[in-house]
Design a protein around this ligand. Structure first.
Ligand SMILES: Nc1nc2c(c(=O)[nH]1)N[C@H]1C(S)=C(S)[C@@H](COP(=O)(O)OP(=O)(O)OC[C@H]3O[C@@H](n4cnc5c(=O)[nH]c(N)nc54)[C@H](O)[C@@H]3O)O[C@H]1N2
Ligand SMILES: Nc1nc2c(c(=O)[nH]1)N[C@H]1C(S)=C(S)[C@@H](COP(=O)(O)OP(=O)(O)OC[C@H]3O[C@@H](n4cnc5c(=O)[nH]c(N)nc54)[C@H](O)[C@@H]3O)O[C@H]1N2
Ligand SMILES: [Mo]
Length: 680
């Protein structure tokens, strides 16, 4: 029998695509992008086109297993779910009575963006009294910087870009990480719009654009303020918006007037003429749409960069609801009450919080120590920074590590107990995209594979077996969705009353007002803010980056390195498709010549934290002094299993406590073949 069913892509991506699956005798034979969905528009990205093969693969973790080899060996023995529950209840109970609840650390992120499964563990860990995980690895810096000035209002709908005369991709690799935005760029360009990219390297989006501004990494605040200064002097800012819908502009104006334009230009890393050219574009095209990425926030002044760009957008008047104009970071189309989603009311005595970016430290140098780590929807050994420290932590004999997974990832090699997780094709959930204004619901498309269970079923069952009595632990996934709906703003009244059905494509009520201060109930854009924290400057301003601008570190490690995603992987998901791939590192031809590195050379990148091997790609896509290592391929160096995050730092962003994956200092050398290594 052949039938079709709709589902939604669960991956952590702004697009949250609606998918049509074709089923033949209970097996998914094909998936395509939903032609009815206004953002998906009938196509899927390269990596997800075969996502059903991943779900139906024989390589999945299909039953519970316990470790039999050494930690790191990845050797397991199959056990029954009964045994697994008994082991879990015994170990978690004894850890709690011996060391207290805080000895348990949950670790989860965005393998599955469904609200039910993302938050599935929260009520369990709250009741247990576990350490609270700060889930800040991704977008909290961006959000903090943006919200400081813009407030919690909905962002500009991406559809507006269709009518723009100028589209700017600022720190976002749209063709890779937000590909469904591209059709709007294509139609705008057909109507004559210009499309430009501001990025430290010529990524695939920049290659497809009209122009590329090769900014210095971390140079965004300087660039945004530089443009602001030029336009201020030329009286090209939108005074009407500034007067009517904002406050605090005078402080920013005074600051910008006080700095020398040359200083800003030098710090942006662009030539003076290029900065003036960009300013000229903004002056010429009032219908400018700026798509701001999260990528530019992954450094120690990353939130500041967003603050500066957001203020520039406002000074240009892009938040006045004009046709074709706007700036979009995150749509915030369905603001949710996170207390309800996380069942925060179940937290008894407040417990310590641990930042997920600092997992390495948490496992190796925290008192009282973490005694049990419960990983689900994440692959921390690959994605968390400073992996060497994470690995040392996972090797601890006294640490009990539980991993709930779909695949045998680098992290699962260190599991004491490995539990099989379903994929979204087997689940019930609700999804909303952060790059558009739609949400929807899914139900299982196929039966659960093997003995896999969803995050939701895992924690509901475990809670009951632990004797937790709250009624929330007896809810079905459907009932959980009903609990969540009232916590979602922007949900149209009809669905609030009647619920959501599979296949409904629900557009937020906030779509029409997104990005428009004239409709935000008198809330004004704040150029100057009082955050209540003396460490947080009231206005965007120039401050040094911790690692990039450290003179001593730079002497030892002369290269800056950024580690952005590519189109093959979704963070570390799909790593199993490339078991032997090291990935490449882009190096500028002048640097390569100076170091004797040739295209294709196996090269060792290293710093004080660790090292990683990649193949050199000598290219002027990057700039002098900058290495670009795309993609979190799985461990590639067989001798010590290192990955790219062996080089990145646990340092956090200026606001929001986010990861600083695009701010490492490193050195690089050609890796000599054994025969070439000089004898000492
Ligand atoms: N194919 C694919 N898609 C993805 C992902 C993936 O791994 N693969 N990841 C998903 C996730 S979880 C997220 S959060 C989003 C992230 O998606 P984006 O918001 O696009 O963020 P990044 O990809 O980290 O970086 C985007 C660009 O920022 C540039 N950049 C780095 N530092 C700076 C800087 O200082 N200034 C400027 N101007 N640019 C800088 C990088 O070179 C890169 O080209 O993408 C999602 N989509
Ligand atoms: N160097 C570098 N590191 C980065 C980044 C970077 O740009 N550069 N980006 C960072 C960012 S933005 C993010 S968001 C993080 C992402 O970090 P993670 O959220 O850990 O993302 P993934 O690597 O996609 O790993 C998700 C894992 O969850 C599993 N999974 C999927 N669905 C489910 C489920 O329903 N249940 C369970 N139990 N498991 C499931 C998948 O098989 C996969 O192994 O990585 C960060 N790390
Ligand atoms: Mo992310």
């Amino acid at each position: 029998m052949i039938e079709t069913k709709k589902t939604i892509c669960p991956l952590d991506c702004p697009d949250a695509c609606s998918i049509v699956t074709t089923l033949e005798d209970g097996r998914i034979s094909n998936i395509v992008g939903d032609p009815e969905h206004p953002f998906t528009q009938g196509f899927l990205c390269k990596k997800v086109r075969t996502y059903h093969d991943r779900a139906q693969s024989h390589e999945r973790v299909l039953f519970p297993q316990k470790r039999v080899g050494k930690k790191g060996d990845g050797k397991f023995e199959r056990i029954s779910w009964d045994e697994a529950w008994t082991l879990l209840v015994e170990r978690l109970s004894s850890i709690k009575s011996e060391y207290g609840g805080e000895a348990l650390l949950p670790y989860s992120y965005a393998g599955n963006m469904g609200k039910v499964n993302f938050h599935a563990g929260d009520p369990f860990f709250n009741t247990y009294g576990a350490s609270q995980l700060k889930r800040t690895i991704c977008s909290t810096a961006a959000k903090a910087g943006w919200t400081l000035h813009y407030g919690a209002n909905p962002g500009c709908p991406p559809e507006k870009a269709r009518d723009a005369d100028l589209i700017v991709a600022w720190g976002i690799n749209i063709k890779v990480t937000n590909i469904h935005f591209m059709p709007f760029v294509v139609s705008a360009r057909r109507a004559g719009a210009k499309f430009v990219v501001i990025d430290p390297y010529r990524n695939v989006t920049a290659e497809a654009a009209d122009d590329h501004y090769k900014i210095r990494p971390g140079g965004d605040t300087a660039l945004a303020l530089g443009i602001l200064k030029i336009l201020l002097e030329r009286e090209k800012l939108d005074n009407e918006f500034i007067e009517q819908y904002s406050q605090g502009f005078d402080s920013l104006k005074a600051y910008v007037e006080s700095i020398d334009l040359e200083t800003l230009i030098v710090k942006s890393g662009l030539e003076s003429a290029r900065v003036r050219e960009l300013a000229e574009l903004f002056a010429k095209y009032p219908k400018s749409f700026i798509r701001i990425g999260i990528g530019l926030t992954r450094n120690t002044q990353g939130a500041m960069s967003v603050r500066a760009i957001t203020c520039l957008s406002a000074a240009l008047g892009l938040f006045d609801g004009r046709k074709g104009g706007g700036a979009l970071l995150s749509s915030n189309a369905f603001p949710t009450n996170s207390q309800i989603l996380s069942f925060s009311s179940m937290i008894g005595n407040p417990t310590r919080t641990i930042n997920m970016v600092k997992l390495g430290q948490a496992l190796t140098d925290t008192e009282p120590p973490v005694k049990a780590l419960f990983v689900y929807s994440s692959n921390p050994l690959s994605v968390a920074p400073d992996s060497g420290r994470v690995r040392r932590g996972l090797q601890r004999e006294d640490l009990f590590t539980i991993v709930h997974e779909q695949f045998y990832t680098p992290t699962t090699r260190y599991a004491d107990l490995l539990l099989p997780a379903t994929t979204s094709f087997e689940n019930e959930d609700i999804y909303m995209g952060y790059g558009h204004f739609q949400m929807g619901r899914i139900e299982p498309v196929i039966e659960p594979r093997g003995e896999a269970i969803s995050n939701f079923d895992l924690f509901q069952t475990l809670a009951r077996k632990m004797g937790f009595s709250d009624a929330a632990f007896r809810q079905t996934a459907s009932e959980r969705i009903s609990t969540y709906l009232p916590a979602i703003s922007g949900l149209p009244e009809k669905h609030r009353a009647e619920g959501i059905k599979v296949g409904d494509i629900i557009t937020s009520d906030l779509f029409d007002v997104g990005g428009d201060f004239s409709s935000f109930d008198g809330d004004k854009f704040r150029f100057s803010v009082d955050s209540g924290d003396l460490e947080v400057p009231a206005i965007p301003c120039l401050l040094p980056n911790k690692e990039f601008d450290d003179i001593e570190i730079t002497k030892q490690f002369p290269f800056a390195m950024i580690t952005p995603p590519n189109s093959e992987l979704l963070n570390s998901t799909f790593g199993e498709r490339y078991p032997d791939k090291t990935g490449v590192v882009l190096i500028h031809p002048d640097d390569a010549a100076a170091l004797g590195i040739k295209d294709g050379d196996r090269s060792k990148i290293s710093n004080g934290r660790g090292s990683n091997i990649r193949l050199a790609k000598v290219s002027d896509k990057t700039q002098q002094g900058l290495l670009v290592a795309e993609g979190i391929y799985w461990a590639n160096d067989a001798s010590n299993h290192s990955g790219i995050n062996d080089l990145t730092s646990q340092e956090i962003t200026d606001l929001g406590e986010g990861g600083t994956f695009h701010e490492s200092r490193v050195k690089i050398s050609k890796e000599l073949a054994v025969a070439e290594v000089p004898r000492t």
